[in-house]
Design a protein around this ligand. Structure first.
Ligand SMILES: CC(C)(COP(=O)(O)OP(=O)(O)OC[C@H]1O[C@@H](n2cnc3c(N)ncnc32)[C@H](O)[C@@H]1OP(=O)(O)O)[C@@H](O)C(=O)NCCC(=O)NCCS
Length: 230
């Protein structure tokens, strides 16, 4: 004989007991979800608090092709090669720090002095991971601490162009800033005549926010740039 359970009448005290159990089950489920949510918020908060300040230290950042770390005295000749090449310099500002002094050894000595402690600019060597040779410079500059915002730039010696180095550098810089520091906005500017650099930024998930804007990069005329943010 088949029994239709919907037709089975429960004794009132049994029904009240089952109803009470069901309500208590619902409450504990809700409580469980609430506790889960609170734990998640606490974890997010402690992760945010664990992020370091940019300029707290000079980082060492390792990728597949390159390593970003301190510029050292033995990089002097490679740095001279970067500074003296007009093909490298034509699409970067005239006032870059490494061009301000005749003596490149003095430049290297000053990199992690006032420039760094005044939080003006953090310049890292881009090193060929295979050989350790200085391939270029990566720079964090224009920090706006209250906005958690910073700009990035990079330049490579000509002998290292076209090997994917800049693409990896841009990616590593973004990964470091968003993963390890309290930075929340990253910006960059590229001269409109420099599509290779724009492509590097696009590959690192930067978005073009302005096109054909005038900026003073220290040349006789303002330069025309596209602006990016990530
Ligand atoms: C611009 C520069 C950083 C590029 O470095 P790089 O290591 O050669 O770049 P990558 O090899 O990682 O990638 C370059 C990308 O641009 C592309 N590209 C190169 N020339 C291009 C051009 N004329 N138009 C469009 N895209 C171009 C490449 O095909 C590559 O994209 P892909 O990987 O999709 O093929 C380097 O040439 C440089 O240091 N130049 C002098 C200083 C400078 O301009 N710095 C940037 C200032 S904003």
């Amino acid at each position: 004989m088949r029994v239709d359970v919907r037709q089975v009448a429960l004794r009132p005290e049994r029904e009240a007991e089952l109803r009470a159990r069901f309500e208590s089950y619902q409450k504990s489920k809700l409580l469980g979800r609430l506790i889960g949510w609170l734990l998640e918020k606490e974890r997010e908060g402690s992760e945010r608090a664990a992020r370091v300040k940019l300029f707290g230290s000079v980082p060492r950042i390792e990728g597949e092709l390159v390593i970003l770390d301190r510029v050292v005295d033995s990089d002097a000749d490679a740095l001279r090669d970067l500074i003296d090449n007009p093909r490298v310099q034509r699409y970067v500002p005239t006032y870059l720090f490494e061009k301000q002094r005749e003596d490149v050894h003095e430049t290297i000595r000053l990199l992690y002095g006032d420039l760094f402690s005044n939080e003006e600019s953090l310049i890292l060597a881009i090193r060929d991971k295979e050989t350790g040779e200085l391939a270029g410079l990566a720079e964090f500059y224009g920090l706006r601490d209250e906005l958690h915002k910073v700009s990035v730039g990079y330049r490579l010696r000509e002998c290292f162009w076209g090997r994917g180095f800049a693409s990896e550098v841009a990616h590593l810089m973004v990964e470091y800033l968003y993963g390890k520091t309290d930075i929340e906005i990253i910006t960059a500017s590229v001269m409109v005549q420099n599509p290779a650099s724009a492509r590097v930024l696009e590959k690192a998930a930067f978005i073009r926010t302005a096109q054909g804007v005038e900026e003073d990069w220290g040349f006789d005329q303002p330069v025309i740039v596209d602006k990016f943010f990530c």
